[in-house]
Design a protein around this ligand. Structure first.
Ligand SMILES: [Zn+2]
Length: 304
């Protein structure tokens, strides 16, 4: 579009209109920005549920990952997502031939609304025990209000949810012969949790890593953050932990971390399990660590 500035006759009436319209426009854009921050259409877009390996299944949407771990004593669900996702998760569980009501334990990747906002609803629907990493417990139990980054953003808040068991780094969650280990990988949230377990498929045992989140979100202050003074040290701790974990099957809180949409179609070909990707895991965390170091250097320079 050409710029019409040359013909533009600027009158006092137009000035008055601009003075009225412009602040309104800013309000509208700010509201749209908040909605974008809170939700992404892919988060509530259905995705076919499928068997990953052993007793581990994918029951998430296109944009938000949920995992079902089945055992003879009931099932474990990882992540509750947002209220709108609950019918999708339930339908996925039942489509695979399991009962949503058999969910005995509910876990999360970290205390952000896209992974934990519907926890109260899922607890009510299933009676599951809610187990959360210590440093994320105040956030979950305040419905997001005590989150260091998003606590003042009303669009990210949700129903406060009672935690039934407080987890600490290295704790095990056991059910029906299956063991999941909670690794504290903090930074993205104070109690961000990476889950590991072993699964056996065709007589072979695989180490599974379900990454909590390695991301430095837009607006995260890595330096001089009064609400989270040790944030940079916590990210450093996370890189050490993630590098130390043995990983065959690479999964995470969002399908985008591990290439869900690229790997899923390969399931139909049979053959090797497409989610077995130890090199992809190493590459991904190396790239994310590099992104963190770039952002940390940028903030250090800006603070001088
Ligand atoms: Zn998050």
């Amino acid at each position: 579009m050409d710029h019409p500035a040359d013909d533009f006759a600027y009158t006092p009436l137009m000035r008055r209109r601009i003075l009225i319209v412009f602040p309104l426009l800013i309000l509208v854009l700010a509201a749209a920005g908040r909605v974008l921050a809170q939700s992404n259409p892919e988060w509530t877009e259905p995705f076919p549920p499928f068997h990953i390996a052993g007793n581990l299944y994918y029951v998430g949407s296109k944009g938000l990952a949920n995992y079902l771990v089945t055992t003879p004593q009931g099932n474990i669900l990882i992540n509750s997502d947002m209220e709108a996702n609950v019918p999708l998760i339930e339908a996925s569980v039942e489509k695979l031939g399991f009962k949503f009501k058999d969910t005995k334990i509910l876990l999360i990747s970290h205390a952000h609304w896209d992974h934990d906002a519907a926890s109260a609803t899922i607890k009510e629907r299933t009676g599951a025990a809610y187990m959360v990493m210590d440093a994320d417990v105040p956030v979950v139990e305040s419905g997001g209000k005590t989150d260091f980054a998003y606590g003042n953003d009303a669009t990210t808040l949700y129903r406060p949810t009672k935690v039934d068991r407080v987890l600490h780094d290295g704790d095990e969650v056991r059910l029906g012969g299956t063991v999941l280990v909670a690794h504290l990988t903090p930074g993205h949230s104070k109690g961000c949790t990476t889950w590991t377990m072993q699964v056996t498929e065709h007589g072979k045992t695989y180490n599974v890593v379900i990454l909590g989140s390695p991301n430095v979100n837009p607006g995260y202050k890595l330096i001089g953050n009064a609400a989270y003074p040790q944030i940079a040290e916590d990210y450093e701790r996370m890189w050490r932990v993630l590098r130390s974990l043995p990983c065959d099957i690479f999964l995470g809180a969002h399908g985008s971390y591990f290439g869900l949409e690229e790997k899923y179609p390969r399931l139909k070909e049979g053959g090797a399990i497409p989610f077995v990707d130890p090199d992809g895991y190493k590459r991904y965390i190396a790239q994310k660590e590099q992104d963190f170091r770039t952002e940390l250097a940028r903030q250090k320079l800006a603070a001088q």
